[in-house]
Ligand binder design. Structure first.
Ligand SMILES: C[S@@+](CC[C@H](N)C(=O)[O-])C[C@H]1O[C@@H](n2cnc3c(N)ncnc32)[C@H](O)[C@@H]1O
Length: 267
């Protein structure tokens, strides 16, 4: 009879994300794994671990297996209805926090909120800001609402197509990380577990961004801002589009020095 496998046996393997998968299957913290290298893995734990390893090896992102992902200073529930939060999106938080003081009473809108990361992070950091969030996906909105409940934040959620979801409302800052991948971008093959409606946006990836740039001016206060995340090669065209209705249009790069966000102030 072969001996039961131990934590150490798996930690020595080259299985992708094995530390994280062991933590999840055994419900051990990472430090407990290393403190108990000779723990014999039971048949139930092994069955759980095998399923997780198979799913991970088939390309399923770890965040969908664990059901959560860290963003800025908080942990967020994620499901296959939501995009997995990306570290690049933290740039939108930094830009917003530089733009307005946390003590100001401003109105902020997060369009296409997904799991709610932008709206909830800003509302949690700035309790004076009145934050609203929208999405076209009912499933994503449910996840965002549940994430908001896990914090002390009060966010007004609305369902609908971009600014049509919040008719007649006026904001000081509209933020969006909209879908911006081209319809037939080869990178989509690596993103097959994430909702396609959160990713693609027409032949050049700019359909949704064009809609938001067109709709936003009517719903911005005097001096209000529109802040958009976008793809590495879209900034020049977005700046051109924004200059029709916005002034002080500026581009930002992410931590990898890639063009990632553009902001403008309403004319
Ligand atoms: C790239 S994901 C971003 C999600 C989240 N804000 C984040 O940064 O992780 C884009 C989001 O926009 C939503 N969306 C797509 N089309 C939309 C539309 N026409 N109106 C409103 N939301 C839309 C998707 O459901 C998705 O949640």
């Amino acid at each position: 009879m072969s001996r039961a496998k131990t934590i150490q046996d798996f930690l020595r393997s080259d299985i992708i994300d094995i530390e994280e998968l062991l933590s999840l299957a055994l419900d051990f913290s990472k430090s407990s794994l290393y403190a108990n290298p000779n723990h014999k893995i039971s048949a139930t734990e092994l069955a759980r671990l095998d399923i997780l390893i198979q799913k991970r090896q088939s390309g399923e992102p770890f965040a969908y297996l664990s059901g959560s992902k860290g963003f800025y200073h908080l942990d967020f529930k994620v499901t296959t209805d939501t995009l997995i939060p990306r570290p690049e999106t933290e740039l939108l938080i930094d830009i917003s926090l530089d733009l307005f003081d946390s003590s100001e009473s401003i109105k902020v809108l997060d369009l296409g909120t997904g799991s709610g990361i932008i709206a909830i992070t800003l509302a949690d950091k700035c309790s004076n800001w009145k934050v609203s969030a929208t999405d076209q996906s009912e499933g994503a909105l449910e996840v965002a609402k549940s994430n908001a409940q896990n914090t002390a934040t009060e966010i007004e959620f609305s369902h609908g197509n971009w600014l049509d979801a919040v008719p007649n409302q006026i904001f000081d800052l509209i933020i969006s990380n909209p879908p911006y991948v081209k319809d037939n971008d080869p990178h989509l093959a690596d993103l097959k577990f994430e909702p396609i409606s959160a990713l693609i946006s027409g032949v050049d990836g700019l359909d949704d961004i064009r809609t938001i740039i067109e709709q936003a001016p009517k719903q911005l206060n005097s001096g209000g801002y529109l802040l958009l995340e976008h793809g590495y090669n879209q900034q020049k065209e977005i700046m051109r589009l924004m200059r029709e209705s916005f002034i002080d249009v500026r581009g930002f790069q992410d931590n990898n020095s890639i063009d990632r966000a553009t902001i403008g102030r309403i004319k």
